[in-house]
Design a protein around this ligand. Structure first.
Ligand code: AVJ
Length: 320
């Protein structure tokens, strides 16, 4: 099994201060979206998932409920389910319950508290499934090492939630290639993607009427203030999210409402009125576009399941 990590320049892995200073020094100021998800941000994201305007979470859940038998059949007997970025491991439960004689579950996550609590819950509910929790960043090689000691009939990577949409297609290909390097012939990937659609629906999902996404977006500035000794005034920034049809993605930005200067760890950053910090991308795919991405990363697309409105898709692909 290949164990090399994804190179740092391709996928993110450095420290908060370095990344913030570098991102805000660029012509188009940016902040890596992974920093949106501290404890407060993760709580806000959970609130987003419950919003009427944010259709992704409930649509994906409905697809899983409706097609779980077919999905479990596609995965087949004796599988080990591997979930990078598993978090609270709630989405996988339905699948684990429906699998025929699964050989185990291998969740990977950076948060030991959340992961160990999830392991306890799954072990209590599904005592026949062996859970091996691996703590760390799933883009690094070490968290995959434990797989060497498990020899299931097949391995299936589970990557729901349209998390792949956070990566540009170029980086998504690198990540999927990395995933493929952890698998062998016949192994699979079950992955969720949001689909291209009417921009009004998309923009409402990221600019919700209850302003939770605004709070989520601005939380990154609050985090920089408290962790990096900075003086962002959150009232000087507005939340903006729009669909970019050529790039096929929703971009989330923070717009400076006036010309002003912010200090971070002793360094000064100038903001012009109307200038933005780009904080997150959420890429949308067509079925054929995502199949092309899967193929270029070394997977063979096998089938997919959608909701009746074609808003969202869950794909199954394998290593041939
Ligand atoms: C967690 C990446 C799937 O892009 O829809 C939601 C993050 N950001 N609202 C998404 C998010 C603002 C979400 N993902």
């Amino acid at each position: 099994m290949a164990v090399s990590p994804i190179p740092d320049d391709k996928l993110q892995n450095s420290d908060f201060l370095t990344d913030v200073l570098a991102g805000l020094s660029e012509e188009q100021k940016t902040l890596p979206c992974k920093y949106l998800y501290d404890e407060a941000g993760s709580r806000l994201f959970e609130q987003i998932c419950e919003l009427d305007d944010y259709y992704l979470t409930r649509t994906e859940a409905a697809i899983f409920r409706e097609h779980i038998t077919a999905m479990a059949q596609q995965v087949g007997p004796g599988a080990l389910i591997v979930e990078p970025g598993a978090g609270n491991c709630e989405k996988v439960e339905l699948l684990l319950e429906h699998l025929q004689a699964p050989s185990g579950y291998y969740p990977i996550d950076i948060s030991p508290e959340i992961l160990l609590a999830a392991k306890a819950r799954i072990t209590a509910r599904l005592p026949n499934i062996e859970v091996t929790a691996s703590i760390g960043d799933f883009t690094q090689a070490d968290v995959w090492q434990g797989l060497k000691d498990i020899t299931p009939r097949k391995r299936v990577l589970f990557f729901p939630g349209s998390t792949i949409g956070n990566f540009t297609p170029e980086h998504a290909e690198v990540l999927l290639e990395f995933f493929a390097s952890k698998l062998s012939r016949g192994d699979g990937l079950l992955i969720g993607t949001d689909l291209v659609k009417d921009s009004i629906v998309l923009e409402r999902a990221y600019c919700d009427s209850e302003h939770v996404t605004e709070e989520f977006n601005k939380n990154i500035l609050a985090r920089i203030n408290s962790e990096l000794n900075a003086n962002f005034d959150l009232a000087h920034f507005a939340h903006r999210a729009f669909y970019h049809p050529l790039r096929q993605r929703v971009e989330m930005h923070l717009v400076s409402l006036k010309s002003h200067t912010v200090q971070i760890a002793g360094r000064k950053f100038e903001f012009a009125e109307g200038e933005t910090i780009h904080t997150e991308n959420s890429h949308k795919y067509s079925i054929s576009g995502f199949n092309r991405l899967l193929s270029s990363a070394g997977f063979t697309p096998i089938r997919h399941w959608c909701d009746s409105e074609q808003r969202y898709a869950v794909h199954y692909a394998q290593i041939s």
